[in-house]
Design a protein around this ligand. Structure first.
Ligand SMILES: Cc1cc2nc3c(=O)[nH]c(=O)nc-3n(C[C@H](O)[C@H](O)[C@H](O)COP(=O)(O)O)c2cc1C
Length: 154
């Protein structure tokens, strides 16, 4: 079974909730799914990863949540090269923060692509000003993502 890994960056649990809600969609599409809520770079690189999904909220002023800081730091410091990585991003934020809206998700997207990772489709940005429960936006997005990126395992 191909492996889909979900990496979570969260302060209050919203992004983890998204990861747990979308997990069955990937299982139904034929993936083995692992969720990492204290992710390290080794979780991504230490074993085969067919597709990675990052569910990451933003804190401070465009910053990564504390549990995601080690992953981001390792990525920046080690520059591992991610040419074989295929990934998606669900960024949680709040547009009332203005310019730093979804800053962590955007920064992560930049870091991953800088290392050669290939993003599948567009980034989903969930705005807490518009969407009370991030799952309401994430579930249909993942369903469509699986479809349009032809991720379903035959
Ligand atoms: C102290 C604090 C700082 C925040 N800073 C930002 C920010 O800079 N940009 C943004 O888009 N959202 C910001 N947010 C909003 C959160 O990213 C948003 O509420 C998100 O849904 C939280 O997800 P979580 O439950 O996974 O932590 C901030 C929230 C808090 C409480």
């Amino acid at each position: 079974m191909p492996m889909l890994k979900i990496f979570v960056g969260t302060m209050y649990g919203g992004a983890l909730d998204v990861a747990e809600q979308v997990k069955p969609l990937f299982e139904n599409a034929g993936f083995e799914v692992a969720i990492y809520d204290q992710p390290s770079l080794d979780d991504l690189l230490g074993s085969p990863t067919d597709v990675a999904l990052f569910c990451v909220s933003t804190t401070g002023s465009g910053d990564f949540p504390g549990n995601f800081v080690p992953f981001a730091r390792e990525l920046e410091e080690q520059s591992p090269g991610l040419a074989s990585l295929r990934y998606g991003i669900i960024a949680l934020g709040d547009s009332s923060y203005g310019e730093t809206f979804c800053g962590a998700g955007r920064h992560l997207d930049h870091l991953l692509s800088e290392q050669g990772g290939k993003r599948l489709g567009e980034r989903l940005e969930v705005d807490a000003m518009e969407t009370f429960m991030a799952d309401d936006a994430a579930l249909p997005w993942v369903e469509e993502w699986i479809e349009t990126q032809q991720l379903k395992v035959a």
